[in-house]
Ligand binder design. Structure first.
Ligand code: CA
Length: 356
């Protein structure tokens, strides 16, 4: 399903999400969702892990808690909301794991909060966000994986990474308080927002997609397409290539469809991508960003040491709000189940929209 809304920069933002169990696994542990919060668009993709249904519970909780968190504090600094929301989701998953005795359950999360042309991004794990212009990759997030660390150190390249025995091993995940380096979990919230131009596209996906498609393929598949078409075709292509994992794709376009492929721009963007990955993409924990005014810094510190009261508030709160944020998990017959969930969500709150 595709949903449109006007945006504050004069273009409709359109969003579509598709998910598929893939060709090998018997259940879908990915979850995804989107919501309009006043004029903001929030989109999230989460990829759960842990077996025995723990994966879909964890990814569903990430969607649920983050969504509630975003909607409860509209108007605040978007980076602080993403940061707090990711930590709240982490705590909710830890609590659920402790209550159910399923240790080790966890999830990735890639979340985007759009305020007009500005896009704020939060990440934990190896789900990705791509910023695509005229069929070329302008920027994407870097995974929290061991192989990304090896790439960063220049020990392997992107090609080697796919075949590496540690491919897919995460260094950060929601539901795990410690990162691989032993430090407390720090969500990546990018200090600088992405600036969208007309016909730009954003793509959020789980590794079931980017394991099987190169960045340039993903970028070119989006070019000239409207979001529903792009998301569906990408999922289908990943399935055709073996679909060894669950596949989830969210596509957002600024305007009716993404800009057509422009080989000249793509040639230039090749250089831009390398340049930006060396600089802009170097993620900084938002709280440590020196450009944030001291007052906000203090707020973030409080947020981090306050034992996450928001997580309590979110998990204890009963419908209707929680109901709006039903995690869309286990969507193996995704389209049909998704439509049913959307219908339920719409019934509970007519102003809110969900898709799967
Ligand atoms: Ca996966």
């Amino acid at each position: 399903m595709t949903e449109d809304r006007g945006s504050s920069f004069g273009l409709p933002l359109r969003v579509a999400i598709h998910t598929d169990v893939g060709s090998v696994r018997d259940k879908n542990e990915d979850s995804a969702g989107h919501a309009w919060i006043d004029d903001e668009l929030f989109v999230i993709v989460a990829d759960g892990m842990g077996g025995h249904e723990a994966g879909e519970v964890a990814s569903g909780l990430a969607v649920d808690v983050l969504g509630s968190f975003m909607s409860e504090a509209p108007g605040g600094d978007p980076r602080q909301r993403l940061y707090g929301g990711l930590l709240a989701a982490n705590q909710a998953i830890l609590d659920e794991g402790a209550a159910k005795g399923s240790r080790g359950m966890g999830t990735t999360a890639i979340a985007a909060l759009m305020q007009g042309p500005k896009v704020f991004v939060g990440l934990v794990g190896d789900s990705r966000l791509y910023h695509i212009r005229r069929g070329a990759l302008v920027w994407r997030t870097q995974d929290h994986t061991r192989v990304q660390n090896l790439i960063d150190k220049g020990l392997i390249d992107e090609e080697d990474a796919r075949e590496h025995p540690e491919a897919g091993m995460l260094t950060r995940a929601l539901g795990h308080n410690r990162m691989a380096n032993g430090e407390d979990l720090v969500p990546d919230v990018f200090a600088e927002p992405i600036e969208l131009e007309a016909e730009d596209a954003l793509l959020l996906c789980s590794d079931g997609l980017h394991d099987l498609l190169d960045d340039w393929e993903i970028s070119q598949m989006v070019a000239g397409r409207e979001p529903n078409e792009a998301a569906r075709d990408l999922v289908d292509l990943a399935c055709d290539r073996g679909g060894h994992d669950n596949i989830t794709v969210a596509v957002i376009t600024a305007g009716d469809r993404a800009g057509a492929f422009d080989p000249e721009f793509a040639g230039q963007a090749g250089g831009v991508v390398l340049e930006q990955q060396a600089t802009v993409a170097r993620s900084r924990p938002w709280a440590a960003n020196p450009t944030i005014p001291p007052t906000l810094q203090a707020e973030v510190q409080i947020e981090l040491t306050r034992d996450l009261p928001h997580a309590q508030a979110v998990t204890e709160e009963e419908p209707p709000r929680r109901a709006l944020w039903m995690g869309i998990a286990a969507m193996s017959a995704a389209a049909l189940v998704g439509v049913a969930l959307i219908a339920a969500a719409i019934g509970m709150a007519a102003a809110w929209w969900w898709s799967a």
